[in-house]
Design a binder for this molecule. Sequence first.
Ligand code: PLP
Length: 358
Amino acid sequence: MSERVHNFNAGPSALPRVVLEQARDEMLDFEGTGMSIMEHSHRGAAYERVHNEAEALLRELLGIDPSSVVLFLQGGASGAFATVPMNFLRGCADYAVTGGWGEKALAEAQIVGDARDCLGMQRRYMHVPPPAAHTVRPGSSYLHITTNNTLEGTQYHRFPDAPVPLVADMSSDILSRRVDASRFAMIYAGAQKNLGPSGLTVFVIQRAFLDTARTDLPVIFRFATHAAQQGLYHTPPTFAVYLMRGVLRWMKALGGVDVVEARNDEKARVLYAAIDDRPDVYRCPVEPASRSRMNVVFYLPSTDLDERFVKEAKGAGIVGVKGHRSVGGVRASLYNAVEPSDVAALVEFMKDFAGRVA
Ligand SMILES: *Cc1c(COP(=O)(O)O)cnc(C)c1O
């Protein structure tokens, strides 16, 4: 078998090796049933066990009590950009736009109703404003935030204390650190960054908030429909849920969220140190207090050097470090499944590269 690469993809992204190995071993015969988990009915006992265990693990790791529902649906975080306002926007809603994904969420909400950006950063997304900057209109249905800005490399380190329900797109940092889930009326995340493969979107919704949802929309788009059927209103992405269960088992075996968070902090510390160590070659545009532990964005002195970096990194087995097309530069995503040894390889390459081009 060829060597696996150091994968810093922004999403879909690296998965724990043991999870892929187990999926391989069980591909033709899941637990002696003579078929793959993909071939099982989503209402059969085999899949039901997988689904329930995935939900239980997610509840345990995120710290979610029975006052919230957990749903595994299709449609991606982009689907949620539309379904969140369709279900919950009455009158008006406020959006804290701290990056490109927040812009997209706001744009969808504005199709549904009166939604406004409460920050007005005007596309200068090099930091995340302090909690006090998040002003909400009276009667607002909710405040929407993006906890980690995947494209720009910024992250909330203190969440706003909103006087209205707080809704969070946690696609790129869910379960990367301990958060107080009870602060959020709703959390959603595309699975393909920290939880598993693409095709699966995770929702955590407080029942009291769900009770405020509108009913004047197609049945399939109502969160209440899915909650009433324990997430099995229609076929869930069964194989993706199965893989997520593997990822959550892996996280728990590693020691849970606190251990994963400490690992992530250390990975980010090492990489930012390598950037700051060579200001003549590498420059991180993000204000230090807002730096993301998940997506590390940096630039070299010219776009030619950015390109050369990405190309030569690939030669060293380091892939997925090209910056997003909207911001350019270099981006290394350090999601949970990225190993400290992958970061060590990247840092080693950066030192070598800097020595050659400086
Ligand atoms: C990747 C990403 C999205 C888009 O997710 P899809 O599942 O592709 O729709 C939305 N928000 C954030 C913060 C992301 O990182």
